[in-house]
Design a binder for this molecule. Structure first.
Ligand SMILES: CCC[C@H](NC(C)=O)C(=O)O
Ligand SMILES: NC(=O)OP(=O)(O)O
Length: 315
């Protein structure tokens, strides 16, 4: 594995899931693999889980790790190719990234979308500039359109908790006061479309995701109907892809409630976190025995460790 930016970078998904589960049992089995290697984690946006889990994952492999909130600690960056830099930006991304590649053996990058221009955001300019200019393997810590470390952890969690060979997994939209990226649902859908699950995506009209991620899913506009017989309920808010970046609804009838969970086959509740309690999901649900959000977050560590191990092994 050279880079880890989407499910497409994984040659054998089942084998990677098994690798994650092995490391969960034997976390220090490869504690010298990363000796004298440095992981650089570059954040353009906030993070708790990704930052802490990926740091610890690298330590479990014997790596050193350096972390930078580039918008607070670095120079203001210009990302437009060919720009005449006579404005606020002190440095071009291509220079900054090439220098980072001199100090780090692997670089992780988090760069959220603008939610203003869909073509620009979906071109993944920042991620692609890191791939083009760093000269070292790049790991997405959530890009403008995908969040592969989250989705690998989500798939491992479903593998651990599923009760049937091909469980019904429901990705449900839920309301949120802010406009959020489509990266987490895009990524969850693309991984589930490549897994042994029956994926149903439910959301209000106008929240359809890019079909290149949802090709193997059933789209259901009636949330209660979608919940019927589900084994997993994965809740997440996202802004509209079609009316790009817009909030079309804040309808609290889409909040995941205990009554709705009763429609399922005793489904487990999942969310990538951070979550707006009693907006996205009622406390009664996320605090119930059916909620596996903390186990899901714990799997972020093992997922990151498996990805870093594959990159260090050049496999
Ligand atoms: C892991 C989720 C990160 C981000 N969440 C927020 C609140 O911005 C999102 O929705 O993509
Ligand atoms: N789920 C997730 O990636 O959380 P953070 O944004 O806190 O890293």
């Amino acid at each position: 594995m050279k880079h880890f930016t989407s499910v497409k970078d994984v040659t054998n998904i089942s084998a990677l899931v098994e690798e994650v589960l092995f490391l969960k049992q034997q976390p220090y089995a490869f504690k010298h693999l990363g000796e004298n290697k440095v992981l650089g984690l570059i954040f353009m946006n906030p993070s708790l889980r990704t930052r802490l889990s990926t740091q610890r994952a690298s330590m479990n492999l014997g790596m050193n790790v350096i972390v930078m909130d580039i918008n607070k600690e670095g120079w203001k960056l210009e990302s437009r190719e060919g720009a005449v830099m006579d404005g606020d930006a002190a440095e071009h991304v291509k220079d900054a990234v090439a220098v980072m590649g001199q100090y780090c053996d692997i670089i992780g990058i988090r760069s959220f979308p603008s939610l203003e221009n869909r073509e620009d955001d979906y071109a993944e300019n920042v991620l692609n500039q890191f791939i083009r200019y760093a000269g070292v393997p790049i790991v997405s810590l959530e890009s403008t359109t995908l969040h592969p470390l989250q989705s690998l952890a989500d798939l491992v969690t479903i593998q651990e908790y599923k009760k049937t060979p091909k469980p019904k997994v429901v990705l449900t939209w839920a309301p949120h006061p802010k406009a959020l990226p489509q990266a987490v649902p895009n990524s969850f859908a693309e991984w589930m479309c490549n897994a042994e699950v029956d994926l149903v995506i439910t959301h209000p009209e106008g929240y359809e995701l890019d079909e290149k991620y949802t090709w193997n899913a059933t789209i259901e506009y009636d949330q209660k109907k979608a919940f019927e017989g589900a084994e997993f309920i994965y809740a997440k808010n996202w802004s509209s892809y079609k009316q790009y970046g817009k909030i079309l609804s804040k309808d609290r009838n889409w909040t995941v409630s205990a009554d709705k969970m009763k429609l399922t086959n005793e489904a487990y509740f999942m969310h990538c976190l951070p979550v707006r309690r009693n907006v996205v999901v009622d406390d009664e649900v996320i605090d119930s025995p059916q909620s596996i959000v903390i186990k899901q977050a714990a799997n972020r560590l093992w997922a990151a460790q498996a990805v870093l191990k594959k990159i260090l092994e050049h496999t």
